[in-house]
Structures are given as structure tokens and as C-alpha cells.
Write a protein that binds this ligand. Structure first.
Ligand SMILES: *Cc1c(COP(=O)(O)O)cnc(C)c1O
Length: 367
């Protein structure tokens, strides 16, 4: 194993082993293996985290996004073929949810400063068919500002948040991500800031009709047993994951503060002129700490030799993936450049501030 591992999930969960085991035992002994009180309690906790009146636990983050778009279609708020603005620099799941619902993604290039959707490009990306913006708070940094709010208001667009990487992040007015727009998707994939011990996700919203539609769609399209109002799916939250998440969620603020402290060390100590550090945004929860460097492969090999684990989020933007050949002609220069130069440093619970100082010193010796 690396001296400074990028991420080791066993180490992350080690301090909570006894509580996680007790949570699993509680579910096993309850006899309630689908839905039930563990799921309901987690949903109540998530309403508090997002500041929303509804939360619906679901199977994973991709399903959370898919169910939001499908629910809007069932409710007549969106129709197949409608255009949804999506950031060009994102994880593929954001885009898969749009296309899976029969909607048309319109890629908005990234800002070289925030690495998120360049909100100055929103207005010119809007056509008469545009109905929604899917904003992704990538790397834990919120993507929500006046330009986005104003464009959504002027054109009557829905704002859907992909909050998979930013649970607990806050924006300019102090509000948390997950409660900013019309609906939000959360992922509790094990590597996220709050990770389950398997797959899990959630939808948050203040819209009761949307929450009901998402819950029904995730349960075969049914609200009442053996009555199917939609052609639905089985995308329910597993109660054993809900029980694990109820152990993890109380540590959210502490976890995000720990990440902020590591990011602060990197920000103050890394001084190598060959690397570009991320903007030190207030409110970011640093799901990833991203550097940009021209010579990425040699840099990563050097760090690996020095015992520093790194990752690349992401080496290929969605529009250049084989499954999206139909978008391969698009020219999204900032996202394409980011995919060639981005590298993620360790910010997990495996890394201490002293480790981060040592990693910064190693980076400063690279030439
Ligand atoms: C992880 C992630 C998802 C998908 O979540 P899963 O739970 O893995 O399905 C979606 N969007 C972003 C930005 C993610 O990081």
C-alpha cells in the first residue's frame, strides 16, 4: 500500500466499526428488510441536511437523477426531446440520467476557474426547447449563482441539482446544496463524503407532488399496493444502507471540516509554479482537491514513486465517451483540456494534515 493512499474505505470506516455492526444487527433483528423505520428516519435527517420538506431514499445517485427526470415527465413538467443544460465536465451519470429519460443534453463548457459549468455561457445555450438546468456541484464546489438563477427565472427553467459530491456544501447566502433548486439528487456511494457500505441515494425537494411521483416510480409506479399509476421501477433504498447512513450522517460536519483543513494545507503549502491550484471557494466540501498540470502522467508517476496515491476525475468527458458517439463532434475546449490536466490529491480520512504538508513538499520538489 502507498505511504499516502488516495483512499482506503476500510480505514475510513474503521472508527465506526462497532456502531456499523450494531446498525446491521438492528436491521437483521427487526425483520423489516425493505422500507420501514430506518429509511424513514434517514429521510427525516436528509430533509434537515438539505433544508427541504421532502426526502425520498432511493437505490443510488444515478437512479435519484433518473427518477427526478422521469417524475417531471409523468407530471407533465418535462416532455421527451426537451433540452436540459448539463456541464461538459462531470461524471457520466449526470448525462446518463438526462438521455435515459429521453431528454436532450445540451453541454455547457466548464469554467477554467471553477471547473464547474461556466454560468456565463448559460444564456447563449438556451433555445426555445430548453426546459431545465442540471447543475452539478463537482468536486464538492457549489455551482449556483446569480447568472444561473436569473436565466432560470427569465426562461422558466427547472433547476435540478446533482449533489452527489457536495453534501453539506453551502452557497453565497448560506443555504445548503440539495435545497437550492427544484429537486436534488444525492449519492451515498462508498467513496462520497458520506458513504454507505454499498449503493444508496436520495432525492430532496420542496415539491410534494414531485416527491410522491419519485417515491411511486421507485416502487413499481405504485402508491397503493397492487395499484400501478406509472410504469415504474424498483429503485428503493435498502434499509441496511439507511441504518449505516444514520451512523455516518452525524459526522458530516466533522468530515467536511476535516476535508477543508486538508485543502487549506494544500492551498497554503503547494508553491510549485508548474501546478495550478483550485480556487479556495468558501462553502466547498472538497470531495476532491484538484490540481491542473500539463505534464500529468509524469507528475502522477513521480507522486506514485514518492508513495502518494492520486486519481483522475475524469480522464474522458461524457461527450467523448464511446456511448455518446453522437456528441463526439462537439467542441468543448475547457472540459477537454481539464480531462487532460486534472489530478486529484488525497483528501480522505486516511490523510492527516501532517501527511498533506509532506505531500505538498513532495509536489514542490517536482520539476
Ligand atoms: C457518484 C456520482 C453520481 C452517481 O451516483 P451513484 O450513487 O454512483 O449512482 C452522479 N453524479 C456525480 C457527480 C457523482 O459523483
Amino acid at each position: 500500500m502507498m505511504r499516502y493512499p488516495f483512499l482506503d474505505l476500510r480505514t475510513v470506516n474503521e472508527p465506526l466499526m462497532a456502531e456499523l455492526t450494531a446498525a446491521a444487527t438492528r436491521v437483521i433483528e427487526s425483520g423489516r428488510y425493505v422500507g420501514g423505520p430506518e429509511c424513514e428516519a434517514l429521510e427525516a435527517d436528509l430533509c434537515r441536511v438539505a433544508g427541504t420538506s421532502h426526502a425520498v431514499g432511493v437505490s443510488n445517485g444515478l437512479d435519484a437523477l433518473r427518477l427526478i427526470f422521469k417524475a417531471y415527465i409523468e407530471l407533465g413538467r418535462l416532455a421527451p426531446g426537451d433540452e436540459v443544460l448539463v456541464p461538459a465536465n462531470t461524471y457520466i451519470a449526470s448525462v446518463l440520467a438526462v438521455t435515459d429519460a429521453g431528454l436532450t443534453p445540451v453541454f455547457v463548457d466548464a469554467s477554467a476557474r471553477t471547473l464547474n459549468m461556466d454560468t456565463d455561457l448559460i444564456e447563449r445555450s438556451i433555445t426555445p426547447r430548453t426546459r431545465a438546468i442540471l447543475t452539478v456541484h463537482l468536486y464538492g464546489r457549489p455551482c449556483y449563482d446569480e447568472a444561473m438563477i436569473e436565466a432560470a427565472r427569465r426562461h422558466g427553467l427547472l433547476i435540478v441539482e446533482d449533489n452527489a459530491q457536495a453534501i453539506g456544501a453551502t452557497v453565497f447566502d448560506g443555504r445548503p446544496t440539495g435545497g437550492l433548486g427544484d429537486a436534488a439528487a444525492f449519492s451515498f456511494y462508498p467513496t462520497k463524503n458520506v458513504g454507505a457500505l454499498g449503493d444508496a441515494g436520495a432525492v430532496t425537494t420542496d415539491d410534494g407532488a414531485l416527491a410522491d411521483a419519485v417515491r411511486a416510480l421507485a416502487n413499481y409506479g405504485s402508491e397503493r399496493r397492487y395499484e400501478n399509476i406509472y410504469c415504474g421501477y424498483n429503485c428503493r433504498l435498502d434499509p441496511i444502507q439507511a441504518a449505516f447512513l444514520r451512523v455516518k450522517l452525524p459526522h458530516l460536519a466533522e468530515e467536511n471540516e476535516r476535508r477543508r483543513a486538508l485543502a487549506r494545507v494544500y492551498d497554503t503549502e503547494i508553491s510549485n509554479p508548474r501546478v495550478v491550484k483550485p480556487e479556495f471557494t468558501a462553502g466547498s466540501v472538497w470531495h476532491q482537491y484538484t490540481l491542473l498540470i500539463e505534464d500529468r502522467d509524469r507528475f502522477r508517476a513521480y507522486l506514485g514513486e514518492c508513495g502518494v496515491g492520486t486519481d483522475v476525475n475524469y480522464p474522458t468527458p461524457p461527450h467523448l465517451q464511446p456511448c455518446y458517439r453522437r456528441y463526439a463532434h462537439l467542441h468543448l475546449p475547457v472540459a477537454e483540456q481539464l480531462s487532460r490536466s486534472v489530478v486529484c490529491l488525497p483528501v480522505s480520512a486516511c490523510t492527516t494534515p501532517a501527511d498533506a504538508r509532506e505531500i505538498a513538499a513532495i509536489i514542490n520538489r517536482f520539476n
